[in-house]
Design a protein around this ligand. Structure first.
Ligand code: RP5
Length: 165
């Protein structure tokens, strides 16, 4: 199975990024996590992007905050899909991070999830790998089935208690 690269711009992003890592672990997906800054360590970012496919990665999660160009820079150096995870790390509530990632000009996309949407970044990475892994696709179906069952149970409970509200 190909690996997921979980790249964050700063170790201050780790508390949020950890939730992506938890998802990857839950699905048994191999990953490597790195702190690489597009502006503080630009050469490392370029080198990582250039070599990512050859290193066995199938998808990159790029987590960054503020003027969050990490996803765009990595995407510029690789044809692998890049999932952007905007971090709410600024005085602008993460809107700056979100727009920096989601507003990529045409030609080099960054598939951006919600601000601090770390679980979805992990799930999207799993979905991408599941395109060529039937076992992973089955695990995703099971995951969704469990979510659906939880919602159905909550709905039943609401129906049972609606007159007591
Ligand atoms: C970004 O700047 C990082 O991704 C982080 O979200 C933000 C702040 O970084 P630190 O100043 O905490 O290292 O590059």
């Amino acid at each position: 199975m190909k690996k997921v690269a979980v790249v964050m711009g700063s170790d201050s992003d780790l508390p949020v990024v950890k939730r992506s890592i938890d998802i990857l672990r839950q699905f048994g997906v191999p990953f490597e996590a790195r702190v690489i800054s597009a502006h503080r360590t630009p050469d490392t970012a370029a080198e990582f992007g250039k070599s990512a496919a050859a290193e066995g990665f199938g998808v990159i999660i790029a987590a960054a905050g503020k003027a969050a160009h990490l996803g765009g820079v990595l995407a510029a150096y690789t044809e692998l899909p890049v999932v952007g995870l905007p971090i709410k790390s600024s005085t602008l509530d993460g809107m700056d991070s979100l727009l920096s990632m989601v507003q990529m000009p045409k030609g080099v996309p960054v598939a951006t999830v919600a601000i601090d949407g770390a679980e979805n970044a992990g799930i999207l990475a799993v979905q991408i790998l599941a395109l060529s892994d039937e076992g992973l696709a089955g695990a995703l179906r099971e995951y969704r089935g469990k979510m659906a069952a939880e919602v159905t149970a909550k709905d039943s409970e609401l129906q049972d208690n609606i007159d007591k509200l």
